[in-house]
Ligand binder design. Structure first.
Ligand SMILES: NC(=O)c1ccc[n+]([C@@H]2O[C@H](COP(=O)([O-])OP(=O)(O)OC[C@H]3O[C@@H](n4cnc5c(N)ncnc54)[C@H](OP(=O)(O)O)[C@@H]3O)[C@@H](O)[C@H]2O)c1
Length: 312
């Protein structure tokens, strides 16, 4: 088979630029693996790239296959691949500068893939890599979160937030999350110790000082977050680079994280999932041919957990 079904874009724009079509099946080069995609997670970065938001940074060429969260089975390997083998079930947040996973096949570097958690199906595995790596790299790498610390997670019911709550609880932190009222039970069951209804309460008025803020919103939410951080604490943003001057004026630290592929961290995440310490919640599953609908749902900004495309 020389072609595969894929969802591509030929130009930047709204959901109407997504095309479900026959595309060339890729081949693995040195150090790369060809993965038969079983499921592909949808993330806000997919439609931000579709709209051209990251075009200066990523310099993609067209046609471009979207989607950078994947679970599937290795079909073939290039020379120099030694850790993984044909038939392995793997999951990954592959290189965002290359073609993505809204497709029947994807080629990625072996170093970007890890064996998927054994206790969950491909749909749930595809919901994990980007959100779990983001939680890991913000809370553990950037903020060095430790047991007993207090962390405020904005958008706790979303793709990143619902995983970050569980990672922070596993570390032994006290977790505060913001969510609208209809998501409070959901967030509480994932382990949040305190929930702030961002529609009716000002978090800076009801949250006692925290060691770490995970800012998923930027803008006004980031500005108001400085006030709730203890001296020496840290604001880590994934939404908008925080000002080092403003951080310094508040006596706190700041960091911006752009999530990177990391097979070692995905291996640790798989262990947590298989030990029943971490789970991805999938709110909506759609066929690959419905990627447009999936992105439209994601763009509404109120996803509970994750949206995943079923490819097989
Ligand atoms: N820098 C990076 O590498 C990186 C990595 C991952 C994600 N991101 C970015 O981080 C953001 C979050 O990603 P995500 O995947 O978690 O998105 P998501 O799944 O689309 O987030 C949806 C959630 O956001 C909540 N929400 C919306 N407005 C809110 C507000 N003002 N306060 C608190 N919660 C609010 C909604 O909760 P309710 O329904 O309760 O309102 C919903 O549960 C996106 O902008 C994404 O692009 C960046």
């Amino acid at each position: 088979m020389r072609t595969m079904k894929a969802v591509c874009i030929y130009r930047y724009g709204g959901p109407e630029v997504l095309v479900y079509e026959d595309a060339p099946k890729p081949h693995p080069d040195t150090g790369e693996i060809l993965v038969r995609v079983h499921a592909a997670g949808i993330n806000p970065v997919d439609w931000k790239i579709r709209e051209g938001e990251l075009k200066e940074m990523l310099k993609h060429t067209f046609p471009l296959v979207l989607g950078w969260d994947v679970s599937g089975v290795i079909e073939s390997i290039g020379t120099g691949v030694t850790r993984l083998k044909v038939g392995d079930e793997v999951y990954s947040r592959p290189d965002i500068a290359r073609d993505g996973a809204y497709a029947e096949y994807i080629v990625m570097k072996e170093s970007d893939a890890a064996v998927k958690p054994k206790s969950i199906d491909h749909i749930h595995a595809a919901a994990l890599p980007l959100a779990a790596l983001t939680g890991w790299q913000t809370l553990f790498d950037a903020a060095s979160l430790t047991a007993g610390q207090r962390v405020l997670i904005h958008a706790a019911a979303g793709g990143v937030g619902h995983i970050a709550i569980q990672l922070a609880k596993w570390k032994g932190a006290h977790v505060i999350g913001t969510a609208s009222e209809h998501n409070h039970d959901f967030v509480r069951k994932l382990g949040a110790d305190q929930i702030v209804d961002y529609d009716t309460e000002k978090f800076e008025e009801v949250v006692q000082p925290v060691d770490v803020v995970l800012d998923t919103q930027g803008g006004d939410v980031q500005l108001r977050s400085w006030k709730v951080i203890k001296p020496g604490g840290i604001l880590v943003s994934i939404a908008q680079p925080p000002s080092a001057e403003v951080a310094s004026a508040h006596g706190v630290r700041s960091a911006f994280v752009f999530t990177q592929p990391n097979a070692g961290q995905l291996g640790e995440v798989a262990k947590l999932v298989d030990a029943d310490k971490l789970k991805a919640v999938v709110e909506t599953t759609l066929p690959l041919s419905d990627a447009t609908r999936g992105q439209e749902l994601s763009e509404r900004g109120h996803t509970r957990g994750k949206i995943v495309l079923r490819v097989i």
